[in-house]
Design a protein around this ligand. Structure first.
Ligand code: GLA
Length: 500
């Protein structure tokens, strides 16, 4: 009788147990660089309700809504990104021992289908929040007395950056006149990371067989080398971040010979609020100093939490002031012309960073790229070329290496320029220079050539200057009167240097 009951009970319960979604489900995508991109769905099913978490790349969602069950379900995950909420939807069903799921990266994107398998409980579990240090002022590292100049891989190459490419950029920079013009750093952005070895040391993926050898190579060209990481467990592209390994990673960078670190918030948003950013960034500021090698520290957290007010206090040499730039006139101008009010926060060693250059990437005209370069010069912004240095037109090389424009960017007084007048699509900006002179940019944001006038009194000049230098025309000009008018091409600029 007992056995019969157990058998009957078994008939009732076994099918529902077998069809239970509860478990840690993992699906791994092998990437060409030898790393795995694993998504974990850690699910808990209680009758018709599914709870749990979804971890994918830099994102970590808590499941807040569900419908259905093993034969067909939907899940909604939610996470906070600062003060904004981000949601994701998965749909799926259990097929034997496989969990078939599908999701979209954006609501309008194609459905991505995946097959997940059971993983051991705890695998891929999101790390616990580590306590934050008390705030203090990190001593100045003495670097970047003028805005850093160099190259960064992201804008052009994103995940396709590799050792060969980086060596090629160093060769190009050393040979094409950029080095002589002041460019120095060759910066590897996201996607160089593999994971950690048994001792917790960060390792490189297949694209970077030997980071120390690469750094030696770049140094042999009399250039410097930069790298990228995140204070979170994962970088923006989902690679290994420095979370919980800050000092160890700083020591590794120093041992490799790294000279510059871009430290990108991304994965840290799952653990900390924007108000906590300062303490999080301070940890790496301290770690870099402790590692004992001069390493430029570049903060990348998209200008949140008024970073310009505390970036220098965490040891930052530069801080991004905006979201990512794209190679379009709209993106570049939206960012560049919105920097006016941040001017008081720029100073030698500590720069507002409106993001890297797109010059030469093909999405803008040469006039538009001259506007980009002129604006970044007036803004005292880091000049990190983002194009393929091995392969660019003479016009683009001339824009990037215009010494007179670079001299404005690198002016040793380190004062950021400001908008001094605006009328519709016409803007005039001025940057005070160490010698008492000024750089004056007459910008035409409109789509037809137009005449723009600068009144010298708007630039704070008591007496009208008698001469000026045209920094794109490379010519001296005579001036007369209280103002100067010039026709500026569509989306173009006239950049002048007026003496005291
Ligand atoms: C963020 C940064 C970019 C780049 C990518 C890399 O989006 O803002 O500049 O570093 O991450 O994943």
């Amino acid at each position: 009788m007992k056995t019969l009951c157990a058998f009957l009970l078994g008939l009732l319960t076994v099918p529902s147990l077998a069809a239970d979604l509860t478990g840690n489900w993992a699906v791994s995508d092998p990437l060409p660089d030898g790393t795995l991109r694993t998504t974990y769905l850690d699910l808990h099913q209680e009758s018709s309700r599914i709870t749990g978490t979804i971890r994918t790349g830099q994102f970590y969602y808590k499941i807040v809504e569900s419908t259905g069950g093993p034969d067909g379900f939907t899940l909604t995950g939610k996470m906070m990104d600062g003060t904004s909420e981000r949601r994701v939807k998965y749909e799926g069903k259990l097929v034997g021992e496989e969990l078939h799921v599908a999701t979209r990266r954006r609501p309008d994107a194609d459905l991505i289908e995946m097959v997940a398998h059971r993983a051991p409980p705890g695998e891929g579990v999101y790390p616990a929040r580590q306590p934050l240090p008390a705030l203090h002022k990190v001593p100045d590292n003495g670097l970047a007395r003028t805005p850093p100049m160099g190259w960064n891989s992201w804008n052009k190459f994103a995940g396709r950056v590799d050792d060969t490419g980086v060596r090629g950029m160093a060769d190009a920079m050393a040979a094409n006149g950029m080095k002589e013009a002041g460019y120095q750093y060759i910066n590897i952005d996201d996607t160089w990371e593999a994971g950690r070895d048994a001792h917790g040391n960060i390792t490189t993926n297949k694209k970077f067989p030997d980071m120390k050898a690469l750094a030696d190579y770049v140094h042999s060209k009399d250039l410097k080398i930069g790298i990228y990481s995140s204070p979170g467990p994962n970088t923006c592209a989902g690679y290994e971040g420095s979370y919980g390994h800050e000092e160890q990673d700083a020591r590794t960078y120093a041992a490799w010979g790294i000279d510059y670190l871009k430290y990108d918030w991304c994965g840290a948003r799952n653990l900390y609020t924007d108000e906590e950013m300062r303490a999080v960034y301070q940890m790496m500021g301290d770690a870099l100093l402790k590692a004992g090698r001069p390493i430029v520290y570049s903060l990348c957290q998209y200008g949140r939490a008024d970073v310009w007010k505390w970036g220098a206090d965490v040891g930052g040499n530069a801080w991004r002031t905006t979201g990512d730039i794209r190679d379009t006139w709209d993106s570049m101008t939206k960012i560049g012309f919105a920097q006016d009010e941040l001017a008081p926060w720029a100073a030698p060693g500590h720069w507002n960073d409106p993001d890297m250059l797109e010059i030469g990437n093909g999405g803008m005209s040469d006039d538009e790229y001259r506007t980009h370069m002129s604006l970044w010069a007036i803004l005292a912004a880091p000049l990190l070329a983002g194009n393929d240095l091995r392969n660019m037109s003479t016009a683009i090389l001339e824009i990037l290496t215009n010494r007179e424009v670079i001299a404005v960017n690198q002016d040793k007084a380190g004062r950021q320029g400001r908008r001094i007048s605006k009328s519709g699509d016409q803007e005039v900006w001025a940057r005070p220079l160490f010698d008492g002179g000024q750089a004056i940019g007459l910008f035409n944001r409109g789509s037809a050539p137009t005449q723009i006038t600068v009144r010298w009194s708007d630039a704070g000049l008591q007496t009208a200057p008698r001469r000026a230098r045209d920094l794109w025309g490379h010519s001296d000009m005579k001036l007369d009167g209280a103002e100067y008018s010039v026709t500026v091409p569509a989306h173009g600029v006239v950049l002048l240097r007026v003496p005291i």
